[in-house]
Design a protein around this ligand. Structure first.
Ligand code: NAD
Length: 425
């Protein structure tokens, strides 16, 4: 059997590790480079430093085809298609910070046999700018759409794969497209700028959907409608669809906030005022704080009140806390004078420094013990399985629950004597 195309991966975080493990699973020899020696060492021992379902198993299963290194030279020797998966966090200005991408480009010596395959989310125009400076290298845009919590499944069963190329890189793009053919999803071949825009526009659209349903929720509270019923009725319309119509405490995570902001700034830098995205961001900022008003409605001033936050991760099945709603709530509650206790099944190690003086608990029951109120921030399944009517009811001092994700059984909680506040109902 012919040897499969070797793959190089630069940056072994969520996207890089998932890309490396999945291409190895498809039979490719993969060499993955990160600048953090401790990360490379632990991965080389088969230890996966992030919480992502199915990923540790995939890394261990394909250990023979996966090699981790800190050495760029080893990577360049081992592969021609170099998937760039480094982080592109927001700058203070709201623009994307491309310093890590630039560092990668600077480390690649003159070569017309290598191509950068850009998986990092970058501003529209990045590919063109890199190509202008480095005509020797091939450049293919291949934005990533995986979701943390279901990253492996998303990679292996893509809704679509986007491959953008031009300026003499179409041959490399053919090779990139061929890698994904076994997965069976539609492959969108396009130019580099359009590929870059597909990624940003997709995230901005999903964020818009979330802010839209959150505003419908807020109006529904005033007018007596139930946003869950509204979303169910809306979602059955094929033109709308039922995804991303769950009202809650707003979106967070490492992608939506920064990508929406990056697209807004990108538009502004080119002279266009993207009014809709300003509103999406503002609605989301306010939505994260709504739980505070709901607690105050029942508990009055929060000074010296004990408040439990259930969930720190920005969504279930991940330990990622970047831009998580919990961090905003912990800070706001503490500045209202409340004592905050937090619990999360997996994300506490990452969060402790960012939670200010909040007390970190080792179980949900410990966080709820003696609490005046609780906010469900992340819909981890274990929070639904708590004995709310029995043990939780007995332990809480004033049983006020703000269900920030409309996740709990409202009727059962009310029957058990809780004061229940959902979002938009
Ligand atoms: N996390 C997601 O759900 C997701 C989904 C789609 C797209 N993206 C995009 O993919 C990119 C990566 O995101 P992530 O969440 O995987 O980031 P991450 O922070 O988890 O990982 C980035 C990795 O790159 C490494 N790195 C930095 N500079 C390097 C260099 N010069 N050489 C080698 N390694 C280097 C870091 O040490 C880190 O391990 C971002 O642009 C992000 O917007 C992320």
């Amino acid at each position: 059997m012919a040897e499969k195309e070797p793959i190089g991966v630069i940056g072994v975080g969520w996207v890089g590790l998932c890309t490396a493990a999945c291409f190895a699973e498809l039979g490719h020899p993969v060499i993955a480079r990160d600048i953090l020696p401790e990360k490379v060492e632990s991965l080389s021992r088969g230890e996966v430093p992030i919480h992502e379902p199915g990923l540790p198993e995939l890394v261990r299963k394909n250990a023979d085809r996966l090699r981790f290194t800190t050495d760029m030279g080893e990577l360049l020797e081992g592969a021609e298609l170099l998937f760039c998966c480094v982080d592109t966090p927001p700058l203070y200005s709201g623009d994307a910070d491309l310093s890590r991408v630039e560092a990668v480009v600077a480390e690649l010596g003159d070569s017309n046999s290598h191509a950068i395959v850009m998986k990092s989310t970058v501003p529209v125009g990045t590919g063109r700018a890199i190509h202008r400076r480095r005509e020797d290298l091939g450049y293919v845009s291949n934005p990533e759409f995986l979701k943390e919590g279901s990253a492996v499944d998303d990679f292996m069963n893509p809704d679509r794969v986007v491959v953008g190329s031009g300026d003499g890189s179409d041959g490399f793009a053919d090779r990139v497209a061929a890698l994904y053919e076994p997965l069976g999803g539609p492959i969108v071949r396009t130019d580099v700028a359009s590929a870059e825009m597909i990624k940003l526009a997709s995230n901005a659209f999903l964020a818009t959907k979330i802010s839209f349903i959150n505003e419908i929720a807020n109006v529904s509270e005033e007018l007596g409608a139930d946003v869950r019923e509204v979303a169910r009725g809306m979602g059955l319309d094929e033109r709308i669809g039922d995804k991303f119509l769950q009202a809650g405490l707003g979106f967070g995570g490492s992608c939506f906030p920064k990508d929406v902001s990056a697209l807004k700034q990108l538009a502004g830098n080119s002279g266009y005022h993207f009014q809709l995205l300003n509103s999406v961001i503002e609605v989301n900022d306010l939505q994260k704080r709504r739980a505070i008003g709901k607690l105050q409605k029942h508990l009055g001033p929060l000074v010296n009140k004990e408040i439990a936050l259930l969930g720190v991760a920005f969504k279930p099945n991940t330990d990622d806390i970047r831009e998580a709603t919990s961090l905003v709530l912990a800070a706001r509650l503490q500045s209202e004078g409340a004592h905050v206790r937090v619990y999360d099944p997996v994300a506490l190690d990452n969060a402790e420094d960012l939670l200010g003086g909040a007390q970190v608990c080792s179980s949900a029951l410990e966080a709820l013990d003696g609490a005046d109120g609780a906010v469900l921030v992340t819909e981890w399944p274990e929070f639904g399985e708590l004995d709310w009517a029995g043990e939780v009811r007995e332990r809480m001092r004033a049983p006020v629950i703000v269900d920030g994700r409309n996740f709990l059984d409202r009727t059962a909680l009310r029957e058990a004597g809780f004061t229940y506040e959902g979002i938009g109902r």
